[in-house]
Design a protein around this ligand. Structure first.
Ligand code: A3P
Length: 295
């Protein structure tokens, strides 16, 4: 019987993959992932936790602006503060309060996150839109450990959906990730986390920014909420990342463009899923999570 990593490779995922703690991982990340539990965490750290493609760049920028108290872009791309990707030294150099983002499940985070009472913002997005977004990213992006210059994924769309549903996509299986984050309040009784939906941010970003600012204990004026929402609109944030920011932490993409900012809409999945694929997806989703996605 093949492992999820082997299935991913067979389906067209072009990276050196291994299994670690039930997740498919790129080999080059293994050492960092093994050490992540011991990372020095500060009480003031704010963790932004997402399944990939849920709006991490967007929310990270918003959180930075809330902390700064003004609608000013952070100097670097969000990958400058990626908990499981940056070295300890790089993370240590970040000024407090750090806004660290991660795709890890709660059980894989440093325990100190919970003991020190760090603020945790968890963002969810309709998983069908996440799959479409992921498929586009992986079909274009060239990974660091891929000297052949091939895109990360060269298989079919249909197989990609299956990889997602069967927990074969790096860096984390969707259902396990979602189940753990859904049940976190029970497991970590003293820790309150702020839950945000990408779709709610699309619907009323000012309201969601206010909610996050209140959660962080950093309320701002109505005007500042509005300014942050504007500065972080899809068009403005894409421009800022591609044209204004320092590009040191912008990962390489095959066509040189920034695929991290693709369409920025809800419901693009309807342009990609056939009825049969959508029904297959819904069946597995319902079986695994015992719910239907609210959006
Ligand atoms: P699409 O590929 O559907 O366009 P992440 O930052 O977690 O990698 O998520 C990337 C997704 O968020 C992409 O989705 C991207 O376009 C979208 N996104 C980025 N900034 C956004 C913004 N300001 N408003 C809405 N969506 C945004």
């Amino acid at each position: 019987m093949s492992t999820p990593a082997e299935r991913a490779t067979a389906a067209g995922l072009n990276a050196d993959l291994v299994m670690l703690d039930g997740s498919v991982q790129a080999t080059f990340l293994i050492d960092m992932l093994k050490n992540v539990k011991d990372l020095p965490i500060r009480e003031s750290d704010i963790l932004l936790c997402t399944y990939p493609k849920s709006g991490t760049h967007w929310t990270w920028e918003i959180l930075n602006m809330i902390v700064a108290g003004k609608a000013e872009y952070a100097k670097h791309w969000q990958n400058s503060a990626w908990l499981e990707y940056r070295t300890w030294e790089e993370l240590e150099e970040l000024a407090s309060p750090r806004i660290l983002h991660t795709h890890l499940r709660p059980s894989h985070l440093p325990e100190t996150v919970w003991h020190k009472g760090c603020k945790v913002v968890y963002v969810r997005r309709n998983p069908k839109d996440c799959v479409v977004s992921s498929y586009h990213q992986m079909s274009k992006q060239v990974w660091k450990d891929n000297p052949a210059g091939k895109a990360s994924y060269t298989g079919t769309w249909d197989d990609f959906i299956d990889l997602f549903l069967n927990g074969c996509l790096p860096p984390v299986p969707y259902f396990e990730h979602t189940i753990e984050w859904t049940n976190i309040s029970e497991a970590k009784k003293d820790s309150e986390i702020c839950r945000v939906h990408y779709e709610d941010m699309k619907q009323d970003c000012v309201r969601e920014i206010r909610r996050m600012a209140d959660y962080l204990g950093r309320p701002l004026s109505d005007k500042t909420y509005y300014d942050i929402s504007e500065a972080c609109s899809f068009k403005n944030l894409k421009h800022a990342n591609e044209k204004l920011k320092d590009q040191t932490y912008h990962f390489q993409w095959q066509d040189g463009a920034s695929g991290y900012f693709r369409k920025g809409i809800t419901g693009d999945w309807k342009n990609w899923f056939t009825v049969a694929q959508s029904e297959r997806f819904d069946t597995v989703y319902k079986e695994r999570l015992n719910e239907t996605f609210p959006y």
